[in-house]
Design a protein around this ligand. Sequence first.
Ligand code: RIB
Length: 311
Amino acid sequence: MNPRKILIVGSLNVDQSVQVNDLPARGETIKGHNLQYLNGGKGANQAVACGRLSSAPGTVAMLGCVGKDNFGQMQLQGLTASNVDTRNIHAIDGTPTGMAIIYVSSKGSNSIVIISGANDCVTPELIHEPESLKAIEAADIILMQMEIPFETNLAVMDLAAKSGSTLILNPAPAPDHGLPDEVYEKLDYITPNETELAKLTGLPCNTIEEIGQASEVLVHKGVKNVLVTVGDRGAVLTNAEGSTHYTGIHADAIDTTAAGDTFNGAFAVALAEGKTPADAIAFANRAAAISVTRRGAQDSVPCRSELNEPQ
Ligand code: RIB
């Protein structure tokens, strides 16, 4: 099988990451330490995961926008070093690179606030420029998140339907009032975590059974597969055949930032290589379990050689 191409359409942020003992409560002032400026953004993190985990060089590309500033440069260098084609990442004059302010607690959990900056320049007009259209048409798998304007995601969905590529939407951050119903039938996979699934459906998503039930609602709306990540409990895949829970891998987490991004990128790579969804989930669980043992977003994403794959 020819190596299949993956295109990530999404966000790039500089992560201003601070370690704290506990996440701050409302109205509370706390002390933090170890402030770092690191490459992040859900789109770029997923692109880095695809680039580092793919065994086929030259098959991963990203479409997005940064500012014409040092943080934008830092992103382009990081992506290139991770085997991602950056020709469709535009450096925008007069708009800063997107930013995320991240608190990471001593237990590894986090709180994130994003400031869109140049990510808002990923418009439907940009998507319809000839070079963008070429990249979209060339892609076998397209991976998107929710940190660029939503109308741009819709434009990509329509173009992807014409070119027949596999479309994966990681609905993060999940919109408070869910997604318009007509979106679901355009997607091959939607990959929320349990909190995002609860927001999309308005249903409780605490137990594996509840997650399966809520996922079925989205399958009835037309999405082919709902793949819910549930931390070290693994993942739940629901489609017309029913719901299956794939157990996860326990890891001693120090920072869960970008664990979901690592999972999504790894899953896309495994699909591109023709693995079954079950094997692709096992591959993605292994990658995500490594990422939580390291600090930072892109800094935590493993390379293929670290994955200890079954022979
Ligand atoms: O998923 C983690 C990412 O969310 C961070 O890198 C941050 O930039 C935000 O986009």
